[in-house]
Design a protein around this ligand. Structure first.
Ligand code: UDX
Ligand code: ADP
Length: 477
């Protein structure tokens, strides 16, 4: 495709107002007041939320960034066609979930939304536009996007770039403000330069890496696979620690001080969650299988297998420790989001732990500072869906009868037989645990899936504390 970069002022459109599109565009608009940024989505209620004081995405510091730019050079609307027409740079930031049906089900990415966007861009565009893949995609998706764009009816021409987003939820604003790097892959030097010029307004040039399209697409999958692999590696060691009496936090510290290994991403946990890790690894596995690289596929798949094992191990330990039955026992669930400082629950380990405990007929009282009740219930129904996407009446009833969502951690723990800490929210470390202990049944079990509670101090109070990869503390009371 030829490059005909317009010398007109930059106007950006972003299709998809989710966890990636919303914060990223808000930051571009904040840093570049002269660039008009229009974020569009088919979901009217999501757009309404972006235009309100209750943003659909909870991220520390995001409200301020949005409020600075909204109404000045940042617009949110459902006018997808108008936004495409007006823009010369179009970001695609729609969701690419794992396919739930058909060929590659459970592994490949569902590219339906990407394809729909590409077709819409082809239909509405005139002149020349730069199309930027922001969503995480399988390698060589740009090829498909390019082919669809070639069918544009009005003689429009396009350059396609890959610009994967590396922000982590909970720290999105900081990650966008000072990223480790920005990656831009593309064939047209002029188009790449046009996007470099946008990020170059606030990011040092030596942090903006440019590559070919395929390297950029593959780098995103690889980065997430490596990060998830670290978590699965330390979680695998946590199981060994529990068997041997070693302490996984001490092991993590000891190995993390080796500068070749480094200290980050070595926190043992109940299992990683989030919309990216599992999806991207499965995507990588599918890609490897497609190219006949079966050993490579199996190698990466093991990261997900280990994560599933970690979640199962945790719920099994709860049941085993509580005298092999949790039936009709009240278990407080502290935290439902997949990590702290986000309201996102996609693939959260909490969903799996709750499912396992519900199957054992436990009564769950769930508290999360940012996740609303409707979202908790919809995630729990989701995990009980069968292959056709149907939730049985029996499971619906189970959730209705056995799940209560409460507005604070104290009421969750009132009259409980056990507490399970599933998200590392800071507020859990500041609770009056004496008060919590007084309200609980004995033995007062605490299962710390994030190793954030002071197990030694809690056991002195009388709690029986079980953490990940650490010796258990039996209460003194
Ligand atoms: C990840 C990547 O970090 C980010 O670069 C990419 O753009 C999107 O995917 P995210 O999923 O938002 O970001 O959060 P991240 O901080 O990576 O955590 C993912 C999961 O791993 C969480 O459930 C977290 O609790 C868990 N985790 C992380 C651990 O259990 N231990 C750790 O040491 C680190
Ligand atoms: P991510 O975490 O990748 O940002 P989200 O699911 O949070 O994913 O956001 C993706 C957004 O993309 C959703 O709000 C969805 O409504 C929107 N979307 C999906 N397909 C289209 C489309 N064809 N046109 C406009 N918006 C779309």
């Amino acid at each position: 495709m030829t490059s005909k970069i317009a010398s007109t002022p930059t106007r950006i459109c972003c299709i998809g107002a989710g966890y990636v599109g919303g914060p990223t565009m808000a930051m571009i608009a904040k840093q570049c007041p002269d660039i008009l940024v229009h974020v569009v989505d088919l979901n009217q209620s999501r757009i309404d939320q972006w235009n309100s004081s209750e943003l659909p995405v909870y991220e520390p510091g995001l409200q301020e960034v949005v409020e600075e730019a909204r109404g000045r050079n940042l617009t949110f609307s459902t006018d997808v066609e108008g936004a495409i027409r007006d823009a010369n740079i179009i970001f695609i930031a729609v969701n690419t979930p794992t396919k739930a049906f058909g060929i590659g089900a459970g592994r490949a990415a569902n590219l339906e939304f990407i394809e729909k966007c590409a077709r819409k861009i082809a239909e509405c565009s005139t002149g020349h536009k730069v199309v930027v893949e922001k969503s995480t995609l399988p390698v060589r998706t740009a090829e498909a996007v390019k082919r669809i764009l070639k069918s544009a009816a009005n003689g429009a021409t396009f350059d396609v770039l890959s610009n994967p987003e590396f922000l982590a939820e909970g720290t999105a604003v900081q990650d966008l403000l000072q990223p480790d790097r920005v990656l831009i892959g593309g064939e047209s030097a002029a188009a790449v330069e046009q996007l470099v010029a946008v990020y170059g307004r606030w990011i040092p040039r030596d942090k903006i890496l440019t590559t070919n399209l395929w390297s950029s697409e593959l780098s995103k999958l690889t980065a997430n696979a490596f990060l998830a692999q670290r978590v699965s590696s330390i979680n695998a060691i946590s199981a060994l620690c529990e068997a041997t009496g070693a302490d996984v936090d001490e092991v993590a510290k000891a190995i993390g001080t080796d500068s070749r290994i480094g200290p980050k991403f070595l926190k043992a946990s109940v299992g990683f969650g989030g919309s990216c890790f599992q999806k991207d690894i499965l995507n990588l596995v599918y890609l490897c299988e497609h190219f006949g690289l079966n050993e490579v596929a199996k190698y990466w798949e093991q990261v997900v297998v280990m994560n599933d094992y970690q979640k199962k191990r945790f719920s099994a330990r709860i049941v085993r420790t509580m005298f092999h039955t949790v039936s009709d026992k009240k278990i407080a669930i502290w935290g439902f989001a997949f990590k702290k400082d986000t309201n996102d629950t996609r693939e959260s380990a909490a969903i799996h732990i709750c499912r396992d405990l519900l199957e054992e007929r436990a009564r769950l009282t769930i508290y999360d500072p940012r996740v609303p009740e409707s979202q908790v219930r919809s995630e729990l129904e989701g995990i009980f869906k069968d292959a056709l996407g149907v939730v049985s009446e029996r499971h619906k009833q189970l959730i209705r009868d056995h799940v209560t969502v409460v507005p604070d951690a104290y009421s969750a723990a009132e009259n409980a037989h056990a507490i399970a800490v599933l998200t590392e929210w800071d507020e859990f470390k500041k609770l009056d645990m004496e008060r919590v202990f007084q309200g609980m049944h004995r033995p007062a079990f605490l299962f710390d899936g994030r190793n954030i509670m002071d197990a030694c101090r809690l056991s002195e109070m009388g709690f029986e504390v079980h953490s990940i990869g650490r010796p258990s503390y039996h209460g003194n009371a």
